[in-house]
Design a protein around this ligand. Structure first.
Ligand SMILES: [Fe+2]
Ligand SMILES: [Fe+2]
Length: 148
């Protein structure tokens, strides 16, 4: 899958947009979780499938725009950001491999699988806002200061 990314958009603007996307995603994820828990896990699955592309695109953009700027500064901060971003691999795996067959087993298993994914993704997004986004902003400002 190819994603068109705007590399001219400044990092602070990218961060603001990614934060907005987290907020929008949070509402959708909470709805999916509610559906998976108390109603039909098949409906939860299909809603999750309908937002698969936006979840993956968001992750690709974080790596391409934020991780890249943090990594160019190197060091311990880069390692911490990488540790958090590594979770994207699990997100991709779940959406590509697990989700399509999640309702093939017991209903209980489907409920549990979707709930776990949603819970972990919400925690991941919070960690990004607390750690990765500030680090990206810091690295971006450092690089700009050097250019001046
Ligand atoms: Fe992420
Ligand atoms: Fe994110």
């Amino acid at each position: 899958m190819a994603y068109r990314l705007d590399y001219d958009e400044p990092v602070p603007a990218v961060i603001q947009r990614l934060k907005r996307e987290h907020l929008e995603l949070r509402n959708k994820l909470l709805y999916i979780q509610e559906e998976a828990q108390n109603r039909d896990p098949k409906v939860a699955k299909s809603i999750l499938e309908s937002i698969k592309f936006e979840i993956l695109r968001h992750a690709v953009e974080e790596e391409a725009r934020l991780l890249r700027v943090i990594e160019s500064e190197g060091g311990e901060k880069s390692r911490i950001a990488l540790d958090i971003t590594r979770y994207h691999r699990r997100v991709t795996e779940f959406l590509h491999d697990d989700l399509p067959v999640i309702t093939q087993g017991s209903e209980m298993k489907a409920r549990k699988g979707i709930q776990e994914f949603v819970t972990q993704l919400l925690i991941h997004n919070d960690m990004e806002e607390e750690v990765v986004f500030p680090l990206a902003l810091q690295a971006y400002e450092l690089q700009n200061a050097r250019k001046r």
